[in-house]
Design a protein around this ligand. Structure first.
Ligand code: DX5
Ligand code: ZN
Length: 216
């Protein structure tokens, strides 16, 4: 399967984020995954729009922004201004998630919806007419470096079925604990966009890790 790789800079050296962004793009990663955490929706704080804007010039990758923030509609314009190409919001974080994904699209940016491991994938059905990407969380959001939760495979399969039923070209992304060891398991379940934080940025050689994921 032809996958797209979205290395998460959450696992990169924050003192040289721009170089980290350039390194993975130069090695062949099509996307860059940017995990925004507010210390409220998730128990951790990462970075926001100004940091994304600062590294926008360092890479031509698709900037894949994952918003783990409560009531994200308040900040969508800021992330678009920072250079986001795809903005994914949590079903659990919005008062009206359908309104938020429609708002993102209307602004000319690709939109995504995501669910935490314990949220039933059925809730995604009403989004398939509107989103460009569905993200299935394969760990509890909030921290990098966690272990993949095997029960989320059912959510990946359910999301793939919904995408097929919609007849639309929607990417299916997975995020959390993805390594070279479970890559085939998640792609067999239907994922085609792979987020990898630790498995790329904590590898001894970042470029080699990207190549290994891409099967180059
Ligand atoms: C978790 C984040 C992930 C995380 C992935 O809340 O959404 O994107 O950075 O990191 P690894 O690949 O280390 O699990
Ligand atoms: Zn993420």
């Amino acid at each position: 399967m032809n996958i797209k790789l979205s290395p998460s800079v959450l696992a990169a050296d924050f003192s040289r984020l721009g170089e980290a962004a350039a390194d993975v793009y130069d090695a062949g990663a099509e996307y860059l995954h940017l995990d925004v955490m507010d210390g409220d929706f998730v128990p951790n704080i990462s970075f926001g729009a100004p940091v994304i804007k600062a590294i926008r010039g360092c890479s031509e990758a698709v900037f894949d922004v994952h918003l783990m923030i409560r009531d994200p509609i308040r900040y969508i314009d800021d992330f678009i201004d920072a250079g986001a190409d795809i903005i994914t919001v949590h079903y659990e974080s919005c008062f009206n998630p359908l309104f938020v994904v429609k708002y993102i699209k209307q602004k000319g940016v690709k939109s995504g919806i995501t669910i935490k491991p314990d949220t039933k994938p059925d809730v995604l059905a009403k989004f398939t007419d509107f989103v460009d990407q569905i993200l299935i969380m394969t760990v509890e959001p909030g921290f990098g470096g966690q272990s993949f939760i095997p029960s989320t495979l059912d959510n990946i399969r359910a999301a793939r079925r919904l995408i097929e039923a919609s007849g639309r070209d929607i990417d299916l992304e997975v995020d959390g604990g993805i390594t070279l060891s479970n890559l085939k398991t998640v792609t067999d379940a239907g994922a085609n966009v792979i987020v990898a934080g630790s498995a790329v940025f904590k590898a001894p050689d970042i470029a080699e890790a990207v190549w290994a994921f891409k099967g180059i």
